[in-house]
Design a binder for this molecule. Structure first.
Ligand SMILES: NCc1[nH]cc(CCC(=O)O)c1CC(=O)O
Length: 305
């Protein structure tokens, strides 16, 4: 970093991504006085039309941003934390995890979920959402969709679908809160590990920059999402697996719940635990081990076919 040169912030180019990255950049400037320049990057996940479950899950939205860090084309990158693979890359530092927005999933529809008629068509590309929604309403039809947020909402407006389920945080960033007919409580639909939080990454070798970016870090969010992601890692699952996890706490004690739900929505393994925040990693790992002992691995295996 030379003097007051603007920091180059890599981001995906969607409205959702640039909105969330723009806010991170503004906060960094407000707290450190450093100018931030937004650099839009196209990722494999943006280009491929394949269904997300076919893309292998891990890192399709992340790899190209990391390549730009390594090539020196950007100084730091902002990702949705839930898109970040749990396997660490030793060249890259997770310099900050931002304070989490609403972690819950939301329905965009003309009706509440319970009031939808049997056979109503609900769009979502996420096996985690389909499995859990099917548990609540086995009588609805779940339709895989992809595309940016506004495209998905458009399918409801046009009548092609009766509803779509997306992250409340993402809808908020698109300014589409008023389209939400219902927000699912976390005990109805467990969110994806890390949902609603953002990850700020830079090169591990740039210790001065890591220190600067640390002003964006929220320790409460970091502890919670560390426990959630630790469940995912110990289950050896990626972001397209039917795994939900949610942790919250007061800064001292974390309460963690995780579930694996079979694609038919009939069988699930769901467990909760609590423990000290500094032991977030162990908490998640131990919960995952207890879930595997109850057959979670088998349920996830079925999902792959
Ligand atoms: N994989 C796409 C993705 N990655 C992060 C979000 C939502 C925003 C967030 O969780 O921070 C979304 C869209 C969605 O789930 O509806």
């Amino acid at each position: 970093m030379s003097g007051d040169a603007a920091l180059r912030m890599g981001t995906r180019k969607s409205v959702m991504a640039t909105t969330q990255s723009g806010r991170v950049g503004d906060r960094l400037t407000a707290r450190t006085g450093r100018a931030v320049q937004l650099v839009g990057v196209t990722t494999f996940g943006d280009v491929s039309r394949a269904h997300l479950t076919q893309l292998g899950g891990t890192g399709v939205f992340v790899s190209e941003l990391r390549n730009k860090l390594i090539d020196g084309e950007i100084d730091f990158a902002v990702h949705s934390l839930k898109d970040l693979p749990t396997t660490p890359d030793e060249r890259i530092a997770l310099a900050a995890i931002t304070v989490r927005d609403d972690p819950r999933d939301a329905l965009v529809s003309k009706a509440k979920f319970a009031d939808l008629p049997a056979g109503a068509r609900i769009g979502t590309g996420s096996p985690r959402r389909v499995s859990q929604l099917r548990m609540l309403r086995p009588d609805l039809e779940y339709v895989p969709i992809r595309g940016n947020g506004d495209t998905r909402i458009g399918k409801v407006t046009s009548g092609e679908l009766d509803g779509v389920v997306m992250a409340a945080a993402g809808l908020g960033r698109l300014g589409r809160d008023s389209d939400i007919s219902q927000v699912f409580e976390v005990d109805e639909v467990l969110p994806a590990p890390g949902q609603g939080a953002l990850a700020v990454e830079c090169l591990a070798s740039r210790t001065d920059l890591i220190e600067l970016l640390n002003v964006l870090d929220d320790p409460h969010t970091r502890a919670a999402v560390t426990a959630e992601r630790s469940v995912l890692a110990a289950l050896e699952a990626g972001c397209s697996a039917p795994v939900g996890a949610f942790a919250s706490g007061d800064g001292h004690i974390l309460n963690l719940t995780a579930a694996v739900v079979a694609v038919d929505g009939l069988r699930s393994v769901r467990k909760s635990t609590s423990g000290p925040s500094p032991a977030a990693m162990e908490l998640g790992r131990d919960l995952a081990a207890a879930m595997i002992a109850e057959g979670a691995g088998t349920l996830m295996g079925e999902q792959a076919h």
